[in-house]
Design a protein around this ligand. Structure first.
Ligand SMILES: *[C@@H]1O[C@H](CO)[C@@H](O)[C@H](O)[C@H]1NC(C)=O
Ligand SMILES: *[C@@H]1O[C@H](CO)[C@@H](O)[C@H](O)[C@H]1NC(C)=O
Ligand SMILES: *[C@@H]1O[C@H](CO)[C@@H](O)[C@H](O)[C@H]1NC(C)=O
Ligand SMILES: *[C@@H]1O[C@H](CO)[C@@H](O)[C@H](O)[C@H]1NC(C)=O
Ligand SMILES: [Zn+2]
Length: 674
């Protein structure tokens, strides 16, 4: 009885928090006093970050206290547990002047009923922000916000890491949305088996260390690519849509408290060379999170500017851009006169050229680019074309009006992830080696196979697996290239994902039988499970011809196709046949139906059967899932990546290996004298 009474009391206290499940006043702030970064945040010693303090006074709704005025005289203190400085005000701790008071009002919905009724709850806020501060002693800190006679305490930890550098370079591959299930399916269609034994392995299969990373957001258990990239690059979990910041409650999308990313740290501490490669638009979340600091990943034009000016304008060092930036997203480079959407309406090809970049708009010119010059390569409008269309169904490259110049022609000469990554390595290697501080500099390259995710969203499993096999081929080729350059033993290679999709393979489908049946229920009997699944037919037309014998299916359209799918989706049709005419469009907003009410697209997977969706009907695509993602590591510090880890640990492990931790008692802030 005594045991029971405690949890019941605790539940009563937190009732308002429990109701704020799908909608939150501020996800990281269950109390009315908010400290950002919040409780449980970990930091690298010396890592720059901003602190945002907020005191909330809910005016109405279930959380209203009857006092609509937030305490403007709130106090903020910091203490290092067991340290000698005692409890100091934030201003004293960081030796800065007290920040000025800011005030705003925001509104939020407490649940779906309030949303449907259009009755938001209003909150008045008093706030202050400390900018560009850092903690340089390892250990536990207590940050306390006192307001209205109450207090909020955040426990922060500066991880105790050695300052010694253990790797010269890091090659960081992200398979966006890539799960172990997808790797398993890619292996099945790209590699031959004999009596249950694979005759070849994936490059990923051959890494010495395998870990498992948790991907959840700071305030929701399903993540998007923005906040998961923030976790991977900065060691700080954040909120959906946020790049390089914790999310505050103000409406300004650029004033949220920032945290320094691995490339900003690497440049500040070591003047390291940086490369960014993606098959997405370069302003997409995974590449942009390296330099952008905004709660809104939709600020594409700003994200492009952030590559060039980001660290100067918003951050911590006088850095004017990466050595290499390759991907799609031309619409945020060519000027508005050509239909572009650019930051301050400028021509960003010109901005990059003026900053000393060679600008390349096709594969031919990319491959011929000098290795000693900084390089911008933008190869299409929006996300780049998919491996399957570039290599097998090439007709689909036509009629896209996606030429990166903005001339509305087709981008017919696009490189793949492999060409971009190999060229990036050549440039980073040459530029780093030409520098007199070669041994202390090195490089950091992030290479993203973005369209594993993009194609999983539209349920186009063939294209998604083609992208995954291209990533694997890129890994093989990169290892070979590093060996040739004599840099393999100086390079930590990490391959991971930012989140999953609920995809798996459950058997095979006789597509000929399926398409010959009239009834939906009868079509489903074409699905072969267990022993009827048979063997993969994706290599049944002889030898593999793509990319110098790399492992891809020789036949993407076998009669017996994969019975594969997502656990969730919109209403859609399924025929399991490869979509030869380009990426899928599974659900559409049909005429005569209400706006944002998506139903199965008649023209997609024609002849297939209807699969009723389980997602809200305004969701036209599949969504991310909860699964942990694999982490493969090879090279210096590989042992840090094994076992079950959190995505933020990937940042701390990489930072540790690069020697980016800088404590007051160590070598100090600037090992190379900046
Ligand atoms: C709170 O007040 C606003 C403004 O008066 C109003 O629009 C809203 O419906 C109120 N919300 C609730 C939950 O009462
Ligand atoms: C960053 O600074 C540059 C040069 O001062 C300026 O041209 C650019 O607009 C700024 N970018 C942003 C996003 O504020
Ligand atoms: C590639 O770009 C170069 C330089 O802009 C141009 O001269 C060449 O014609 C382009 N090649 C193709 C195949 O588009
Ligand atoms: C799909 O759902 C609709 C109702 O929304 C129902 O009429 C139909 O029978 C369902 N189809 C299948 C194949 O389950
Ligand atoms: Zn996604």
């Amino acid at each position: 009885m005594v045991v029971l009474s405690k949890p019941i009391a605790a539940i009563a206290v937190f009732v308002s928090v429990v109701t704020a499940q799908s909608f939150q006043r501020l996800g990281t702030c269950p109390d009315l006093g908010c400290i950002l970064p919040p409780d449980q945040a970990d930091f690298l010693a010396g890592q720059r970050f901003d602190i945002r303090l907020e005191v909330h006074a809910p005016v109405n709704g279930t959380q209203a206290t009857g006092n609509p005025n937030p305490d403007e005289k709130f106090e903020f203190t910091i203490e290092r547990v067991g340290g000698h400085r005692g409890v100091l005000s934030g201003a004293k701790w960081f030796a800065v002047t007290e920040p000025k008071l800011e005030k705003w009002t925001f509104s939020w919905y407490e649940d779906y009923f309030a949303r449907d009724a259009g009755t938001p709850s209003i909150v008045n806020v008093a706030s202050k922000a400390f900018r560009k501060v850092f903690l340089d002693e390892a250990g536990e800190y207590k940050a306390t916000l006192k307001y209205n006679g109450k207090q909020t305490v955040a426990t922060w930890r500066v991880r105790d890491l050695q300052e010694e550098r253990k790797t010269r370079n890091i090659l960081f591959f992200i398979g966006d949305g890539m799960t172990t299930n997808m790797i398993t399916a890619a292996r099945l269609i790209g590699h031959k088996q004999k009596n249950g034994i694979y005759q070849t392995k994936m490059a990923m299969d051959q890494f010495p260390v395998l870990g498992h990373a948790m991907t959840h957001s700071i305030d929701s258990f399903i993540t998007d690519s923005a906040n998961s990239a923030t976790a991977l690059y900065s060691g700080h979990k954040s909120t959906v849509n946020a790049l390089g910041v914790n999310v505050d409650s103000s409406t300004n999308v650029f004033d949220d408290p920032k945290v320094e990313s691995i490339v900003e740290l690497f440049y500040r501490v070591w003047r390291g060379h940086i490369g960014i490669v993606s098959t997405a638009a370069v302003a997409d979340a995974t590449p942009a999170a390296l330099t952008a600091h905004t709660r809104d990943r939709g600020q594409a034009a700003y994200c492009v500017d952030s590559f060039l000016h980001g660290t100067k304008n918003y951050s911590w060092v006088d850095w004017d851009g990466p050595d290499v930036l390759f991907g799609g997203g031309a619409e945020n480079f060519y000027p508005p006169s050509l239909g572009g959407k650019t930051y301050n309406n400028k021509d960003y090809y010109k901005e990059f050229a003026d900053a000393g970049y060679g600008v390349y708009l096709n594969k031919t010119s990319l491959l011929q680019a000098p290795n000693d010059k900084r390089a911008l390569g933008i190869f299409s409008v929006s996300h780049m074309s998919k491996w399957l269309d570039r290599n097998v169904y090439k007709e689909n490259l036509k009629g896209q009006a996606n030429h990166p110049s903005g001339n509305k022609g087709d981008a017919l000469d696009q490189p793949g992830l492999k060409e971009m990554t190999l060229k990036a390595i050549d440039i980073l290697h040459a530029r780093s080696k030409a520098d007199p501080r070669h041994s202390s500099q090195g490089w950091y390259l992030m290479s993203e196979a973005a369209s594993i995710d993009k194609m999983m969203h539209v349920l186009d499993y063939d294209r998604a697996l083609g992208e995954l096999l291209e990533l694997d081929d890129t890994i093989t080729a990169s290892i070979k290239k590093l060996e040739e350059l004599g840099e393999l033993s100086n390079t930590l290679i990490v391959v991971t994902a930012d989140h999953g999709h609920g995809f798996d393979v459950m058997g095979s489908v006789d597509t000929k039988y399926l398409l010959s049946q009239k009834e939906d229920r009868k079509k489903r009997s074409a699905v072969g499970v267990y022993q009827q699944s048979g063997l993969s037919e994706y290599q049944n037309t002889g030898e593999l011809t793509y990319n110098d014998g790399a492992h891809f299916p020789s036949n993407w359209s076998p009669r017996y196709a994969l019975f594969a799918g997502l656990a969730t989706g919109p209403d859609h049709r399924e025929n399991y046949v490869v979509h030869e005419n380009g990426p899928r469009l599974p659900a559409v907003n049909t005429p005569g139906r209400p706006a944002n009410d998506y139903y199965a697209n008649d023209k997609d997977a024609a002849g297939g059967f209807i699969v009723n969706g389980t997602l809200p009907t305004e969701e036209p695509q599949g969504v991310h899932s909860l699964t942990d993602v694999p982490v493969f590591a090879m090279g210096p510090c590989q042992e840090l990546f094994g076992g079950v880890i959190n995505n933020i640990d990937i940042f701390f492990n990489m930072a540790n290996c690069l020697g980016l931790s800088r404590t007051a008692h160590g070598k100090g802030q600037d090992p190379i004298g900046n």
